[in-house]
Each structure stands twice: as structure tokens, then as C-alpha cells.
Design a protein around this ligand. Structure first.
Ligand SMILES: [Zn+2]
Length: 385
């Protein structure tokens, strides 16, 4: 049986790693995640999570979250810390930030990997936590002891208030988040490279920007699971899906550009409304609060953008009224220069708050009679002046 052979390969790889043969780590780790049966076999070996924590700290993978690279089976917050480890920690540990906690682990793993077996064994004789399963290699034991020791020192220092609960509700693990300066280079939800129109869109929301993901989640895994559910429930519009406008190369008048832009915004909003209509998503990782907040802020952005174009279109119909005014939608990529429309957007937001009742209703139909549209029409001139 092919699977039996893989089980033997996995057990062999784990054995080689525990003997200190790092070349087998990737194989053991990969096999352990390959099929359910192999994962079950891997789980039977209680040493494996500790080995993974140590070798991940040594690996080239960049870690920016507190629990990145550390399997859930490895308890850093409550496990035993040998007295010798606790005593050996310098007092500066209490000033650690999230970034320096992660650096401390990497530096420690590198130091341990460069020691001779004899030195490592000597250290492990005093620095091995009492609750580790038998057979955890000396370097790994010392690594776990210090990683826990750092956490213990932080928990009993003023930094203790920087231990918070992971926002992923399937996890809810406590983690440390002080002084996050590590930035995520991969897009885990909202913190990727800013698009040129991002200032415009943040002008339209009235909520404060979300804190960096490392302050909200314990690990990349938790962050990705949370955002994956949230993105499935409320589509995240980006680039041209969001910044709808007529073809920038098209030679048309400002008035025609405003009108075409308005039609495209109406279509965008209608499609978004269809995507979320009747959806009653159930979440494992994400919270209802996060869902509601994402939904309402997206709807608000789409609605205000649509209303801004609507108000522009009212003025653009009259050459005399629109003379000398910078209208929303009149120029190519107008959202990349939000200063021109910031004042108008603020005035529209005031009317929106007064007359738009349901924060989750997406506006896209100009034919429906609405008090909000009527007010906008009446006040268009003062909005853009
Ligand atoms: Zn978590």
C-alpha cells in the first residue's frame, strides 16, 4: 500500500530529525500535512510539534505574527519554564516588542543550531521544561524553554496588558502584540500596497482604519482564515472593479464622462447588491461584528461614490452652472486626486447620514423616488461650490 510506505517514510523522517539531521525536516513536515491519515500518524508523535516550532524558527520563512511557525500543540503561555531559564533571562526582556520576541526566537534557534551536540546536551540538562514528551532533542528543549521564559517574563511585567485574544473566533488564543512594527508583505487582507485611489475611498468611510493584522491575529493562518470568510461574504472590490469609469483613452466631454461614470457606478453597485442579497453567511473564524462592519463600510463607500457622481451629473447638465467647478467624474482617474472632491464628499456624507435609513441598502437606482436623491438634486450647486 502506497500510504503504508508514506507512513514509514514519515516516521523515518521524524526519527532522523530528532537525531539532529535537519535535511529531513522539510520531508517530515510536508508528509505530516499531506493526507488525513498521515496527519493522524504525525499527531501520534508528540515530539513533532516542538520540532516544527524549532525548525520553523530556523527556516527562511519570514514570521510576523506571534504564533507564526508554532503549532497549536506547543503551549508557550502555560507550559513549564525551568527555573534556570527564568533566571538566565536579562531584565530587558520585559521591554520586548512583538518584533523583538520573534527575533529573539530566531536568534536563539540559530545559536543553538551552531552549538556542538555536547554543548547542547549540557545546556539541556538544566534548561529542559518538565512537561515535554520524552525524546525531544536537546536543542529543541532549550529553545522551547527560552521561548516560554520570554513569554512568562512579559506576562509578569507592565507589558502584560499587551496580551490579547486572537480575533479569529475559532482560535481565541492569547498572544502578545506590543509595538507592532513588522509589516506584512503579503496581502492578508487590507494591508497590501495601497492603490492610488485609496485616499479617496478612506475619505468616504467614517470609521478608523483597522489596526495592522499582527495586532488582531495570533498567526498568519488565523488572519487568512478570518479574511477568507469575510471576503466570501462581502466581496472585496479592488482596482477597476471599484474605480469604475469610462475608458480613460476615450475622447469625450467632461459632461459625457460624468454621465458614463455614473452609469458604471450604478452598475457596480447593483452587482454588489446582488452579490450580498439574501446572503446569511455562517462563520467559523470571522465574527458577525466584523461582517456587519465590513458590509456597512463597503456599502457606505459605494453609495457615497454613486451619490457624488449623481450630484455631479445634475450640475454637468448645465454649462452655466458647472462653469469653473471641478466635478466628480469629469476627469480621467478623478479618484486618484481626492482633494478636488473632498469638500463635496463631506457635504454629501452629511445628507447621507440624515436621509439614508438602512446602512446596508446599496443605492443604484435613480428612478426610485427618494428623499435623499431629491435633497442632493436641490443642493448640488452648494455641494460643489
Ligand atoms: Zn489565532
Amino acid at each position: 500500500m502506497a500510504e503504508d510506505a508514506l507512513v514509514v517514510a514519515l516516521q523515518h523522517a521524524i526519527l532522523r530529525v530528532t537525531e539532529g539531521n535537519t535535511a529531513f525536516f522539510e520531508l517530515a513536515h510536508t508528509l505530516a500535512c499531506t493526507t488525513r491519515a498521515l496527519t493522524a500518524v504525525a499527531k501520534l508523535d508528540l515530539r513533532l510539534p516542538y520540532l516544527i516550532a524549532y525548525y520553523n524558527a530556523l527556516s527562511e520563512h519570514s514570521h510576523s505574527f506571534f504564533y507564526d511557525g508554532i503549532p497549536t500543540a506547543v503551549d508557550l503561555l502555560h507550559g513549564d519554564v525551568p527555573d534556570a531559564t527564568a533566571r538566565s533571562l536579562p531584565p530587558q526582556v520585559a521591554q520586548h516588542t512583538l518584533a523583538s520576541v520573534i527575533l529573539d526566537r530566531t536568534a536563539l534557534a540559530i545559536r543553538l543550531s551552531r552549538m556542538s551536540d555536547k554543548e547542547a546536551e549540557k545546556l539541556a540538562s538544566t534548561y529542559t521544561p518538565s512537561d515535554l514528551p520524552p525524546g525531544v532533542p536537546p536543542r529543541v528543549a532549550v529553545f522551547i524553554a527560552r521561548a516560554r521564559g520570554v513569554v512568562r517574563a512579559l506576562q509578569s511585567s507592565p507589558a502584560a496588558s499587551n496580551f490579547v485574544v486572537c480575533e479569529n473566533k475559532a482560535c481565541k488564543q492569547r498572544f502578545f502584540r506590543a509595538g507592532t512594527s513588522v509589516s506584512v508583505s503579503i496581502d492578508l487582507g487590507g494591508h497590501a500596497v495601497a492603490e492610488p485611489s485609496s485616499d479617496y475611498w478612506s475619505l468616504l468611510v467614517n470609521t478608523r482604519p483597522e489596526p495592522p493584522a499582527e495586532r488582531r491575529f495570533c498567526s498568519k493562518r488565523c488572519c487568512a482564515a478570518f479574511n477568507c470568510e469575510l471576503d466570501a461574504a462581502v466581496p472585496r472590490l479592488r482596482g477597476k472593479q471599484l474605480d469604475v469609469e469610462p475608458d480613460p483613452g476615450l475622447e469625450i466631454s467632461a459632461q459625457a464622462r460624468v454621465l458614463a461614470g455614473l452609469r458604471k457606478a450604478a452598475k457596480r453597485n447593483e452587482e454588489f447588491a446582488r452579490a450580498i442579497r439574501g446572503s446569511k453567511p455562517s462563520f467559523k473564524a470571522c465574527t458577525k461584528t466584523a461582517y456587519k462592519s465590513r458590509l456597512e463600510s463597503t456599502v457606505r463607500k459605494l453609495n457615497l461614490d454613486f451619490l457624488l457622481l449623481y450630484s455631479s451629473s445634475v450640475l454637468s447638465e448645465s454649462r452655466s452652472l458647472s462653469r469653473g467647478l471641478v466635478l466628480a467624474g469629469g476627469r480621467v482617474r478623478w479618484r486618484n486626486r481626492p482633494n478636488f472632491v473632498a469638500a463635496a464628499a463631506r457635504k454629501i456624507a452629511v445628507l447621507y447620514e440624515k436621509f439614508h435609513r438602512d446602512p446596508s441598502t446599496v443605492l443604484h437606482n435613480l428612478l426610485l423616488s427618494s428623499l435623499l436623491l431629491q435633497k442632493l438634486k436641490e443642493q448640488s450647486l452648494s455641494i460643489f461650490r
